[in-house]
Design a protein around this ligand. Structure first.
Ligand code: SF4
Ligand code: SF4
Length: 426
C-alpha cells in the first residue's frame, strides 16, 4: 500500500471524527459489556472481537489529533502513530466481524452508538484501500450495473414475463401516480422470485395501485455496507428520483434489512433533504393493510414456526410488533426464539459480511448462536423478512446439518393465505 493512500485513509479517518464520535471515545468506561452483546465475540471468546476494540485505529487518530494528552505524548515520541499495517490488520475486524447489527449499541451503558462508529471507520478504510474485494466488487456493480449482484433490467423483465404467463397477475413498470413504488433486492429477483408474485397478489387483493421502476428497482445499498458516502448517496438518489418522477405516495422497502436502513433512515440524511414520499418496510405496509381490513386471510399454515427478526428492521428500525401480528394471522403454533424482538441475535450476514468471502469461516462459526436458539424450539419452519437473512440461514443450517428446516418469507406466507375476493383484478 502506498504512503499516499495511507495518508488519504488517515485523513479520511480524521475527517470522520465528529462531536458524537469524540464524545463516544471520551465516555467509554472500558466496561466490556459490549463484548457479550456481539455474536462474533460470544461464539469465539476472542477479545479482539470486542466491539469497541474494533474501533482502535479510529480511537488512535482521535487521541493523536484531538486530545491534548495524545498530542503531548506523540510530540515526545511516547505514542506510536497509526500505521498502514495496523489498518490492514484491522480490515478483518471492521468488515468480517461486524454486521452493523446494533446489539452492542443497545447495551452500552454510556450510550455509545458503535454502529455509527463502525460506519464511519469504514469510510477511512475505503479511502486507505483496505476494504474486502467482495464488497468492492459489489459496490462497483451497484454503481455501474445498478445491482450488487449484477442483475440487469432484462433479468427482471424476464421474471415478470414468466410470472404474467404462469398466473393471471399483471406487473406494472414505470406507472405514475400510483400508491406504491415497490423496490426489490437482487436476491429476491434471482433467489426468491416468489416474493414478487406475493406482492402482486397482495396489492390486487387490497385494491392498491403499484409499480416497479425500470430506473431504480434495486433496494440494497452497498455504499452503506462498504462505507462510502458517495456511493450510498448515488444509490439512494436513483430511488428518490424515480419515486419523485413517478409521483408515488409510498416507497416500499423489500424483505431486506439493510435496504430499509439505507432508504428509510439514512436516505434523507444522504440527500440532505426530506423525501416527498413516505418510506415503509413491506411488513409495515402489510400491517397497515391488516389494520384497514384490506388484508384478509383464511386458514393456517401447518406446523410449528418461529420468526427471526432482521436486525435492521427490529433493532435499528423499531419494527417489532407488525411481524408478530402478521404471523398470528396465519400461524397457530408460533413460538418465539429466546431474545426475540429488539434483543434478537444477528444471523451473521448483514453489513456486507455476506458479500465478503473472507468472512465466510467466521460467519459460519458465529451462526452457531442461531443454531443454539433454534434447536430447542423444535420448529417445522423458520420465518423471516429479509432475503439476506434467508440465504444466510439456508447456508448456516446446511453447515450445521439442519438443512431440512425450511426458511420462508413472511410476505409469501401471507400471500398463500389470502381470501379470494370476487372481482379481483390487476
Ligand atoms: S459497553 Fe460502551 S462503555 Fe463499555 S466498553 Fe463497550 S463502548 Fe465502552
Ligand atoms: S454491531 Fe453487532 S456485529 Fe458489529 S460489533 Fe456490534 S454487536 Fe458486533
Amino acid at each position: 500500500m502506498s504512503a499516499a493512500s495511507f495518508e488519504r485513509g488517515y485523513n479520511a479517518l480524521k475527517a470522520q471524527i465528529d462531536a458524537p464520535i469524540a464524545s463516544y471515545f471520551q465516555s467509554c468506561v472500558h466496561c466490556g459489556i459490549c463484548a457479550s452483546a456481539c455474536l462474533f465475540y460470544e461464539e469465539t471468546k476472542d477479545p479482539k472481537y470486542t466491539p469497541i476494540h474494533k474501533l482502535e485505529p479510529m480511537r488512535k487518530v482521535w487521541e493523536q489529533e484531538y486530545t491534548l494528552w495524545g498530542r503531548l505524548m506523540s510530540a515526545v515520541g511516547l505514542r506510536k502513530k497509526l500505521t498502514d499495517d495496523e489498518l490492514a490488520e484491522w480490515q478483518e475486524l471492521i468488515y468480517n466481524s461486524c454486521t452493523l447489527c446494533g446489539r452492542c449499541s443497545l447495551v452500552c451503558p454510556v450510550g455509545n452508538d458503535i454502529v455509527y462508529m463502525v460506519r464511519r471507520i469504514r469510510e477511512g478504510m475505503v479511502a486507505a484501500g483496505h476494504a474486502p474485494e467482495g464488497l468492492i466488487g459489489a459496490s462497483k456493480r451497484a454503481v455501474t450495473i445498478g445491482s450488487p449482484m449484477g442483475v440487469r433490467l432484462p433479468a427482471l423483465e424476464a421474471q415478470i414475463k414468466r410470472l404474467e404467463k404462469s398466473t393471471d397477475l399483471k406487473i406494472n413498470m414505470d406507472k405514475s401516480d400510483v400508491d406504491y413504488l415497490v423496490l426489490l433486492s437482487s436476491m429476491e429477483i434471482m433467489n426468491f422470485p416468489e416474493y414478487l408474485e406475493a406482492i402482486a397478489r397482495i396489492m390486487r387483493h387490497a385494491g392498491k395501485s403499484w409499480t416497479l421502476s425500470s430506473k431504480a428497482f434495486e433496494a440494497t445499498n452497498s455504499g452503506i455496507q462498504i462505507g462510502s458516502f458517495d456511493i450510498a448517496k448515488e444509490l439512494v438518489s436513483r430511488v428518490v428520483n424515480a419515486a419523485e418522477e413517478l409521483r408515488v405516495k409510498t416507497v416500499i422497502s423489500p424483505e431486506c434489512g439493510h435496504a430499509y436502513t439505507a432508504i428509510r433512515w439514512e436516505g434523507p440524511n444522504l440527500m440532505g433533504r426530506p423525501f416527498k414520499f413516505k418510506v415503509q418496510h413491506i411488513l409495515e405496509v402489510l400491517d397497515d393493510l391488516r389494520e384497514q381490513g384490506l388484508l384478509k386471510t383464511e386458514g393456517f399454515a401447518e406446523g410449528r414456526m418461529t420468526f427471526h427478526d432482521p436486525c435492521q428492521l427490529v433493532r435499528r428500525g423499531g419494527v417489532e410488533e407488525p411481524p408478530r401480528r402478521l404471523m398470528n394471522m396465519v400461524v397457530k403454533d408460533f413460538v418465539e426464539m429466546p431474545d426475540a424482538g429488539k434483543w434478537n441475535w444477528c444471523c451473521g450476514g448483514g453489513g456486507g459480511v455476506s458479500s465478503n468471502e473472507d468472512a465466510e469461516e467466521l460467519r459460519t462459526k458465529a451462526f452457531k448462536i442461531k443454531v443454539d436458539q433454534i434447536k430447542p424450539l423444535k420448529v417445522d419452519k423458520l420465518v423471516t423478512a429479509c432475503a439476506n437473512c434467508r440465504i444466510i440461514f439456508e447456508e448456516g443450517l446446511e453447515a450445521y446439518q439442519m438443512e431440512d428446516l425450511p426458511v420462508i418469507g413472511l410476505t409469501e406466507m401471507l400471500a398463500e393465505h389470502l381470501v379470494e375476493t370476487k372481482g379481483e383484478s390487476a
